[in-house]
Design a protein around this ligand. Structure first.
Ligand code: PHE
Length: 475
C-alpha cells in the first residue's frame, strides 16, 4: 500500500541525473535548437548559448533543485515554505505544467504517428506535400479522431510511468531510455556527416552538396554581416531556448529536487544535467542541419516548426532504402525525448497535488491525466473544429496549441523565474541555495558568479525577455 506521507525518492544520483536530463532533453533540443541555430547564424548562436548555459542556465537550475531538496515539497507548496507571503509563486509554478501537459502530449502523439508510419513503411506517404496538414486537420483515415487517438496513447504511457512512482517508474525508465537516446543521436549525426547529394540547380548544372559543408555552416560564425540588432535577437533567442530546454520555471526541477537524497552531491549533478542537455542539443543540430543542407538545400535549413514533420520526412525519403531505417530511428529517438519530458511535467503536477491535498499518487496521476485528456482533445480540435483567426503579439497566426504555449512559456514562465530570483536573491538570500548545495561539504565552484547572477543579471535578462514577449520591439 502506498503511504502518502512517505516521499518517494530517487535511488541514486545517476538515476536523478538521468531523470532530470530526461526532462530537459525534449522536443526543444531536437527541433528548436537546430532551427534557431540555423536562423541566427550557426556558430554565433552556439557560442552565445554556451555562455548563457554556464551562467544564466546554471543559476536557475541550481536554485530550483536546491529549493526542492531543501523544502522537500512539490512546487505548489515549496515557495510558501521558504518565506511566508511568497506562497503565491506556488500556484503559478503549478499552472505552467498544468497548461503545458495537454499540448506537449498532443505533439508527442504526432511523433508517435510518424514513428508508426516509418516503421510500417509509410515514409513515402508522410513525405508527401500536405500530409502533415491533412493529418492534424482530420483529412486522413479516422478523420479528426486520428490525432486524438495518438495523443491518448502517448498520454497513457506517461500516466503509466508516473503511477509506478519516482524510483520504479521515472528513474528505471530514464536509466534505459537516456543512454539509448544518446547513442541514437550520435549515430544519426555521424550518418548525416557522410551524406553527399547531387542535384540540378535552376541553371541546369549538376551540383553536389555534402553533410560536411552543412556542418561548417552550422559551426562557423559569419561575423561579417553581424549587426547589433542581430546580436540582440540571438541573445534573446538563446536565452529563451535555454530556459525552456532546461525545464526550469515550470515547477519540474523543484519536484525532482525534492526527491533527491540529502547526501547526494547537487553541484556535480547539476553540471552533469547541463552538460547532457547541451550535448544533445548540439548533436541534434549536427544530425539535422547537415542532412537538410545536403539534401534539401541551404534555403530549407531554418524551416521552423515544420522542420520535424515536413522537411525531415522528405529528407529521409531522398536517402533511398536507408531513409526508412534512419527515419524510424530518428522518430524513436524523438519519442524517447518527448516521453521523458512529458512524464516530468505530469510528475510536477502530481507532486503538487500529493503535497497540498494529501492525495495518493495514483489518484493524483489519474486526476491530472483526466484533465489533460479533455484539454488535449480541445487542442487537437484546434486544427479542425475549433480553428479561430487569432494572432500573437509578434504577428504570427495561432491555434489553441500556440496560445497555450505562448501563455505558459512567454508570460507565466518568465514571471515565475523573476519571482524565484527575487525570492532567493533578495528575500531568503543566495546563501539559502548555496548552503543546500554545499551541505555535505561539497565544492561549489561558481559561488561568486551565482550570487551576482541570481541577484542582478538573471532577473534583468528575464525582464527584457518578458517585455519582448509582450510585443515590445527594442530595435
Ligand atoms: N525541456 C524540454 C525540451 O527541451 C521541454 C519541456 C517543456 C520539458 C516542458 C518539460 C516540460 O523540449
Amino acid at each position: 500500500m502506498e503511504n502518502t506521507n512517505k516521499r518517494n525518492s530517487f535511488g541514486g544520483t545517476l538515476g536523478f541525473v538521468l531523470a532530470a536530463a530526461g526532462s530537459a532533453v525534449g522536443l526543444g533540443n531536437i527541433w528548436r535548437f537546430p532551427y534557431l541555430a540555423a536562423k541566427d547564424g550557426g556558430g554565433l548562436f552556439i557560442f552565445v548559448y554556451l555562455i548563457l548555459a554556464l551562467t544564466f542556465g546554471f543559476t536557475l537550475l541550481t536554485t530550483e533543485i536546491a529549493i526542492g531538496r531543501k523544502t522537500k515539497q512539490g512546487p505548489l507548496t515549496a515557495y510558501g515554505k521558504i518565506k511566508k507571503g511568497w506562497g503565491f509563486l506556488g500556484p503559478i509554478a503549478t499552472i505552467v505544467p498544468f497548461l503545458i501537459m495537454p499540448y506537449y502530449c498532443v505533439i508527442g502523439g504526432w511523433v508517435l504517428k510518424y514513428l508508426v508510419g516509418f516503421v510500417s513503411g509509410g515514409g513515402a506517404a508522410m513525405a508527401g506535400e500536405g500530409y502533415f496538414g491533412a493529418f492534424i486537420s482530420g483529412g486522413l483515415m479516422g478523420g479528426i479522431w486520428q490525432p486524438v487517438i495518438f495523443f491518448v496513447i502517448f498520454l497513457l504511457m506517461c500516466a503509466f510511468v508516473v503511477i509506478r512512482g519516482v524510483n520504479k517508474g521515472i528513474e528505471s525508465m530514464s536509466k534505459i531510455i537516456m543512454p539509448v537516446l544518446l547513442v541514437l543521436v550520435i549515430g544519426i549525426a555521424i550518418f548525416s556527416l557522410t551524406i553527399s547529394h547531387t542535384t540540378t540547380n535552376e541553371a541546369g548544372e549538376q551540383i553536389t552538396r555534402t553533410g560536411l559543408q552543412g556542418m561548417a555552416k552550422y559551426l562557423i560564425p559569419d561575423f561579417s554581416t553581424i549587426t547589433l540588432k542581430q546580436l540582440f535577437v540571438t541573445v534573446m533567442d538563446a536565452m529563451g531556448q535555454l530556459f525552456y530546454s532546461l525545464s526550469v520555471a515550470m515547477g519540474i526541477m523543484v519536484a525532482y529536487g525534492s526527491y533527491v537524497k540529502d547526501d547526494a552531491n547537487l553541484a556535480k549533478s547539476i553540471n552533469q544535467i547541463e552538460i547532457f542537455d547541451t550535448v544533445v542539443a548540439f548533436l541534434a543540430g549536427a544530425m539535422i542541419i547537415p542532412a537538410v543542407y545536403a539534401i534539401s538545400g541551404p534555403e530549407n535549413m531554418n524551416a521552423g516548426p515544420g522542420l520535424m514533420f515536413m522537411t525531415l520526412p522528405q529528407v529521409f525519403m531522398q536517402m533511398g532504402i536507408a531513409g526508412h531505417i534512419i527515419g524510424a530511428l530518428f522518430f524513436i529517438m524523438v519519442l524517447f525525448a518527448a516521453l521523458t519530458s512529458a512524464i516530468s511535467i505530469l510528475e510536477a503536477v502530481v507532486a503538487s497535488l500529493m503535497d497540498k491535498f494529501g492525495m495518493k499518487r495514483t489518484t493524483a496521476a489519474l486526476a491530472e491525466t483526466g484533465i489533460a485528456l479533455v484539454l488535449g482533445i480541445i487542442v487537437c480540435f484546434g486544427y479542425n473544429l475549433l480553428m479561430f483567426d487569432i494572432k500573437l503579439p509578434n504577428g504570427s497566426e495561432a491555434q489553441i496549441l500556440d496560445i497555450m504555449d505562448y501563455v505558459s512559456n512567454q508570460i507565466l514562465m518568465p514571471i515565475l523565474a523573476i519571482g524565484t530570483c527575487i525570492l532567493i536573491g533578495w528575500v531568503a538570500k543566495p546563501k539559502y541555495a548555496i548552503d543546500e548545495v554545499t551541505k555535505n561539504g561539497e565544492r561549489f565552484g561558481r559561488k561568486g558568479l551565482y550570487n551576482v547572477m541570481i541577484k542582478f543579471v538573471a532577473p534583468a535578462l528575464l525582464f527584457v525577455l518578458f517585455i519582448q514577449a509582450l510585443g515590445v520591439n527594442f530595435f
